[in-house]
Ligand binder design. Structure first.
Ligand code: ZN
Length: 255
């Protein structure tokens, strides 16, 4: 099917070339039916936004009487530019199929993705580096982690260690890392926290509690059961639970 519609898009691109435009064609398809087709025509229509993708979106929205095209697939001969990617997202298009990569705009998107990924990893590291730092300050962790940068006053030792530890995970498969993260976070953090609420209340009933949990303890119990369900229902759950237990034991021994 892809090929048939891509051929329609290519025909449009040829029409664009004949009209003296940059030859890019697009076709919008819903349930294997062509709704609209167009070629790139900023020059002829004196409209810098008249890219093939935008034109098929406009025409399809009018034809279908809906600006949301959730069932649509757009075939375009060349990787869409940033503007068109934005328009395709606004139109809630289900799928975009493009023929050839466009090195210029494609590279731009890659750079933006790398930049975002870098920023997200960096801000996470900054945040989590405070955990060993705080533990070291209280005397529960290696003293060196309590050191702060002499000039900029942030826990640089902790940050560098965490960065190095995080880099090690680049050596594993992404899917495995994600699985490990889900299981470890649920088993060591979320489950422990939901139980912790109940234990704390039992042990220290007079502790001031500025935050109230409505219908206590039902939300905590439900959350606990929900997280157990998420872990147990995973494929190969036994294997990952075994690994998580191993991590907990190693961590406890190290601590
Ligand atoms: Zn475009």
């Amino acid at each position: 099917m892809n090929e048939t519609f891509m051929r329609v898009a290519l025909e449009q691109a040829t029409l664009g070339a004949a009209a003296g435009e940059v030859p890019i064609g697009a076709v919008l398809v819903v349930n294997d039916r062509v709704i609209s087709e167009a070629f790139n025509q900023p020059i002829g229509s004196l409209d810098p936004t008249a890219h093939a993708e935008v034109l098929v979106l406009r025409e399809a929205a009018r034809a279908l009487g809906n600006y949301r095209l959730t069932d649509a697939t757009v075939y375009v001969t060349i990787e869409p530019c940033l503007m068109c990617v934005g328009a395709l997202v606004h139109a809630r298009v289900r799928e975009v199929v493009y023929g050839a990569v466009e090195p210029k705009t494609g590279a731009l998107v890659t750079v933006m993705m790398l930049w975002t990924a870098f920023a997200s990893v960096f801000s996470l590291l900054l945040g989590y580096s405070r955990v060993p730092y705080a533990a070291a300050l209280e005397g529960d962790y290696f003293k060196i982690f309590a050191r702060v940068h002499p000039k900029h006053h942030f826990p640089h030792v902790s940050l560098l260690w965490l960065g190095a530890a995080a880099a090690v995970f680049c050596l594993f498969k992404l899917a495995d890392v994600v699985t490990a993260l889900v299981v470890i976070r649920i088993s060591t953090q979320f489950l422990a926290q939901t139980l912790g609420v109940i234990v704390l209340r039992r042990r220290d009933p007079d502790l001031p509690r500025p935050f109230r949990m409505w219908l206590y303890p039902i939300p905590a119990v439900l959350a606990f059961l929900g997280f157990v369900y998420v872990i147990v229902m995973r494929p190969k759950s036994l294997e990952s639970i075994r690994l998580a237990v191993l991590v907990i034991i190693v961590g406890t021994v190290l601590f």
